[in-house]
Design a protein around this ligand. Structure first.
Ligand code: NAD
Ligand code: AHE
Ligand code: ZN
Length: 382
């Protein structure tokens, strides 16, 4: 084991639906195969809030949430070779062990490396223990293998995407989750072709990045759907051709799926994406997909206990239902490439940063902003 304990500030999630608590925590040195990082900036994702609200069946308390961050390596544990102190990394909640024996890492069909998924879901490091203690010496759980609502955190080496040191960490932190997920859902999971028609349900950062990805893929028509029309200007800027207010803007007697497949289009869209986490919306997204071949992709994360339903006839008549985790990107190989694309000016992401805060202690304000409906991503700089 190398190094010493670090005492630093963190926002601790003490219980469901409670504000985060600013506390001094002790972060142990990284053990074999682990990396301790200084978190420079952390963006909030809807999944953090969903877990804080007690909706995640895997949610644990007390824990340190956060999984969309830009970090600098402080120290490394025994055997770590792919990063060194001073390197810049974006943590990935989907690791990439890259071992020839990992059928998932060796397959081009998926990014779902299961190497540490079991312990990650239990809120501990791969050896089954935590690196966080509160001021009373009690253990605090990790979250999604990241826990970036702390000034320092410990990651598995296989979760660290090493990126260009010139890239601004308070911007490229966004590649740690939402924006990468939306782009990857379009480019990797669905492989949307030029000329395709697309419908996007939910216009947060994930839905807007689906629109951005679809536009870049050459989609001919992009239908943007939300219950909050304030989201439409941003959707149009990203490339939406039609906006649908599914709460107050539908012709009477029509569901949103009937309006899209029947009125806006004859047979439905080639691709649809759920970016809400609402299972009724997931159903609508499937049912507005084109008869014979339309594909619908579930991105949103549904609350504990919620299940999908549709008439099997929808699938018999050629629609395909699929889903994506982190847009299919392989963390260590692909995040650095997305960052490079951003650096070259080919992939703008600043438009998603609507709120900025200074200091980890401001994270509750960032949470409130995300609840407000006017926020896409709030970035907290530590
Ligand atoms: P967000 O809260 O910023 O955006 C959600 C949007 O959906 C909002 O604009 C909201 O008005 C809209 N909405 C809510 N109910 C709706 C309805 N009934 N019909 C239409 N629109 C509705 O969230 P986000 O950060 O963009 O994340 C979106 C979803 O994606 C969340 O469920 C999040 O947990 C999930 N997510 C999944 C992955 C993955 O890998 N699968 C990655 C990141 C986020
Ligand atoms: N823990 C939940 C599921 C949460 C979930 O689906 N997470 C998404 C990422 S959301 C990022 O903002 C995911 O990629 N899941 C794959 C995985 O391995 O966790 C539950 O239902 O138990
Ligand atoms: Zn996320």
């Amino acid at each position: 084991m190398t190094g010493k304990d670090i005492v630093c500030k963190a926002m601790v999630a003490r219980g469901p639906k409670q504000p985060l608590v600013l506390e001094d925590i002790t972060v142990s040195p990284p053990r074999a195969g682990e990396v301790r990082v200084k978190v420079v900036a952390n963006a909030l994702c809807h999944t953090d809030i969903y877990t804080l609200d007690g909706l995640d069946p895997e949610g644990l308390f007390p824990s340190i949430l956060g999984h969309e961050a830009g970090c600098i390596v402080e120290s490394v544990g025994e055997g770590v070779t792919s990063v060194k102190p001073g390197d810049h990394v974006v943590p990935g909640y989907t690791p990439q062990c890259a071992l020839p024996s990992c059928v998932f890492c060796m397959s081009h069909k998926t990014n779902l490396c299961p190497a540490i998924r079991g312990t990650q879901g239990q809120g501990v490091m791969p050896d089954g223990t935590t690196r966080f203690k509160d001021k009373d010496g009690k253990e605090v759980f990790h979250f999604m293998g990241c826990s970036t609502m702390a000034e320092y955190t410990v990651l598995a080496e296989i979760s660290c995407a090493k990126i260009d040191k010139e890239a601004p960490l308070d911007k490229v932190c966004l590649f740690g989750c939402g924006v990468s997920t939306g782009l990857g859902a379009v480019w990797n999971t669905c492989k949307v072709e030029k000329g395709s028609t697309v419908a996007v349900f939910g216009l947060g950062a994930v839905g807007l990045s689906v629109i951005q990805g679809a536009r870049m893929a050459g989609a001919s028509r992009i239908i943007a759907v939300d219950i909050n029309p304030d989201k439409f200007p941003a959707a149009i800027k990203e490339g939406a051709s039609d906006c649908v207010d599914s709460l107050n803007g539908l012709p009477s007697g029509k569901t949103v799926q009937q309006y899209i497949a029947g009125t806006l289009t004859q047979w439905g869209v080639d691709y649809s994406f759920d970016c809400t986490g609402n299972v009724e919306v997931m159903r609508a997204a499937l049912e507005c997909a084109h008869r014979g071949w339309g594909t619908s992709c579930v991105i949103g994360v549904a609350a504990s206990g919620h299940e999908l339903s549709t008439r099997p006839f929808q699938l018999v008549t050629g629609r395909v239902w699929k889903g994506t985790a982190f847009g299919g990107w392989k963390t260590r190989t692909d995040i650095p490439k997305l960052v490079d694309q951003y650096q070259r000016g080919e992939l703008p992401i600043e438009q998603y940063i609507t709120h900025v805060y200074e200091g980890v202690g401001k994270t509750n304000e960032a949470v409130d902003a995300l609840h407000s409906g006017s926020c896409l991503r709030s970035v907290v700089k530590y």
